[in-house]
Design a protein around this ligand. Structure first.
Ligand code: PGA
Length: 250
């Protein structure tokens, strides 16, 4: 089994001072793990978190980026801006971006390509809604998201991408996918990648689970054969809860 990649997605939480507090608490709690630890923080926290985590095992990510290098796009942040700061990762296509900010498979692809070109490692989110699952459309939706959202991603590019399977009905709801539901969906997604990129590339691909993962359910989810890590929202805002998830898989 691979080591796990555990990423916190702070969403629109933590002012700069609160970020300083959380990171200061987190550093000693996660320093001895073989797993990869990432925190994806608001743009305004990036410099502070980068400075505090320098020389530690905590990697830093942003939560979105635009696909243009610069220009008249008021309110947007380019991949180059993130890369120059020293940011390593960027979340792309989170369901909240898809739902509230018009993100589509096409804009996910544009952002992913641009992030890769700037040397960032994208964490690309996919996942079905409750209505889609209830209508039996889960596999169809996941296939579309992978087919369209990764349309001209090369095998070399795929090796620098993390995929996060986040069923929308499990995000922030307290309803977690069961270990089997999460594993089955991720195995299905891996199969879609395998058909395009081959079994070896699909096996090497890190696919995380996200959606109400917490210190109580993480061990079970992370023990599943196809689950390579977690993307954690709410529980990443509390140092000891997030640290417990980091250590849930040894
Ligand atoms: P949650 O969020 O852990 O609060 O459900 C996960 C995510 O949206 O990445």
């Amino acid at each position: 089994m691979k080591n796990k990649i555990i990423a916190g997605n702070w969403k629109m939480n933590k002012t700069r001072l609160q970020a300083e507090q959380l990171i200061t608490q987190l550093i000693p709690l996660v320093q001895d793990t073989a797993n990869t630890v990432i925190v994806c923080v608001p743009f305004t926290d990036l410099q502070t978190v980068l400075a505090l985590t320098k020389g530690t095992n905590i990697h830093v990510g942003a939560q979105n980026c635009h696909w243009k290098e610069s220009g008249a796009y008021t309110g947007e942040i380019s991949p180059a801006m993130l890369a120059e700061l020293g940011v390593e990762y960027v979340v792309i296509g989170h369901s909240e971006r898809r739902t509230y900010f018009g993100e589509t498979d096409q804009t996910v692809l544009l952002r992913t390509k641009a992030a890769l070109a700037a040397g960032l490692k994208p964490i690309v989110c996919i996942g079905e809604t409750l209505a889609e699952r209830n209508d039996g459309l889960t596999e169809q939706v996941l296939t579309r998201q992978v087919t369209e959202g990764f349309k001209d991603i090369t095998a070399d590019e795929l090796s620098r991408i993390i995929v996060a399977y986040e069923p929308v009905w499990a995000i922030g709801t307290g309803v977690t996918a069961t270990d089997d539901q999460a594993n089955d969906a991720i195995a299905f997604v891996r199969g879609v990648f395998a058909r395009k990129y081959g079994a070896q590339a699909a096996d090497a691909l890190y696919i995380q689970y996200g959606g109400s993962m917490n210190d109580a359910n993480a061990a079970g989810l992370l023990a599943m054969s196809d689950i390579d890590g977690g993307l954690i929202g709410g529980a990443s805002l509390v140092a000891d809860k997030f640290a417990a998830i980091v250590h849930a898989s040894k």
